[in-house]
Design a protein around this ligand. Structure first.
Ligand code: TRH
Length: 382
């Protein structure tokens, strides 16, 4: 499928907005054959995920994607592509909308929504909304079930994962490249989270537990609390601390592909937001989600909706253990007992994570679903 697509990303905070749009843009180029212009209003958020990013170039090509610094002026003289995606309800410049409306065949206009497992999502997916410009905008919802837009998943992702997970030497070499020396017999855990008052309790439980745990923590918002718990004034990437059975290592924030590989290598991944949450599911290993907090605690409905889907098929004790852990982490308390309750269920949770990933991979991925939606829109218009 040839053609030009525009994706607009306004960075609200953190890395999720850019993480999702970069991944989508890359996959559309590589697998759907379209040219993608990714408009980003804050290149500083892109650079950690994609270190080749220049902060000063208003137009650059990164991994096949044309990345444009998004200013109203920069969009002024551009002919809109056949498909225009505004990510997460970011507002397009009025001049760009006018240019869209002025096209002989106006672009397909989509708003890519945030991911949610809630029931209403399938009912709202792909609904049009008439706009004052006379154009229609469609709401495109990623999701976990039939009738949604699916999840971002590159065509070769699971094969690459399986290859690395099956190859001890490649795994060891990859981790060594990150500066990690595997501790024989230790449970390998990655930790990416927002500030969390439950952290100390969890670390205590791991330090005082019966098995060795190796905890890998990419630099980020949890660092200050980690530092307090360790009783150190500063942390440098690469440094290692031992407390009881727990070894903690701070890692540099890594480019997106390496972060995927880290998730594949670990036995358990604590993730957050949206994109790392999905990537941890594709890692096919048990996970712990720190959900992005919303006003009036709206995120709890989202958390429970996902848990409702995810625990299906688990034995009751394993489901209860997982529910307890996820709720404790998101409440910021009770991680000690919840971690202990989880311990007998590792094998079942690991098998379940593999099955979950396989079941979700049976649905079309988000980029394929978008391309199909566009093709359908063409045949409707014909
Ligand atoms: O960074 P996040 O918390 O992002 C978001 C945003 O806050 C957004 O506004 C909010 O609405 C959304 O969450 C729900 O978490 P997320 O989505 O997991 O994005 C992190 C990205 O960073 C993801 O693409 C993975 C990437 N990453 C790396 O590339 N290297 C790393 O070392 C790490 C730890 C993450």
């Amino acid at each position: 499928m040839a053609g030009q697509w525009d994706i607009f990303c306004a960075v609200v905070d953190n890395y999720g907005d850019i993480g999702v749009t970069l991944r989508l843009a890359r996959q559309l180029v590589a697998e759907q054959g379209v040219a993608v212009r990714l408009w980003v209003d804050d290149l500083r958020s892109l650079q950690p995920l994609c270190p080749a990013t220049s902060l000063t170039e208003p137009q650059q090509w990164l991994e096949g994607v044309e990345v444009r610094a998004w200013t109203v002026e920069a969009t002024a003289d551009v002919v809109p592509g056949e498909v225009v995606i505004e990510a997460f309800a970011c507002e397009l410049p009025a001049t760009f909308i006018a240019a869209m409306a002025a096209q002989p065949r106006p672009p397909l206009w989509l708003n890519l929504e945030y991911l949610s497992a809630e029931d209403w999502v399938a009912g709202c997916h792909a609904l049009p909304s008439p706009q004052p410009s006379g154009l229609r905008k469609f709401f495109f919802f990623p999701g976990f079930t039939e009738g949604t837009g699916g999840l971002l998943r590159e065509g070769d992702l699971l094969a690459c994962r399986d290859a690395l997970q099956a190859d001890v030497a490649a795994r060891t070499a990859f981790l060594e490249r990150l500066g990690v020396t595997l501790q024989a017999g230790a449970r390998l855990i990655s930790l990416f989270a927002y500030e969390n008052t439950g952290l100390g309790e969890w670390l205590e439980a791991m330090a005082g537990g019966e098995e060795a745990v190796q905890l890998l923590v990419p630099q980020g918002r949890i660092q200050a609390q980690l530092q307090d718990w360790l009783g150190v004034a500063a942390m440098q990437p690469g440094q290692v601390w031992q407390r009881g059975c727990l070894q903690v290592q701070l890692l540099s924030f890594m480019e997106q592909g390496d972060y995927d590989r880290l998730l594949w290598c670990c036995d358990f991944n604590a993730v957050r937001g949206e994109d790392s949450f999905v990537r941890a599911q594709w890692a096919a290993r048990p996970l712990l989600w720190h959900i992005y907090q919303q006003a009036e605690d709206a995120h709890w409905d989202k958390l429970e909706a996902f848990l409702g889907l995810y625990v299906e098929g688990l034995s009751e004790p394993a489901a209860l253990a997982l529910l307890g852990l996820w709720r404790a982490w998101n409440a910021g308390q009770g991680m000690g007992p919840a971690w202990q309750v989880l311990q007998p269920h590792w094998l079942e949770l690991a098998e379940h994570a593999r099955q979950w990933s396989a079941r979700k991979a049976a649905y079309p991925d988000l980029a394929t679903a978008l391309a199909q939606f566009y093709r359908n829109s063409l045949s409707c218009a014909a």
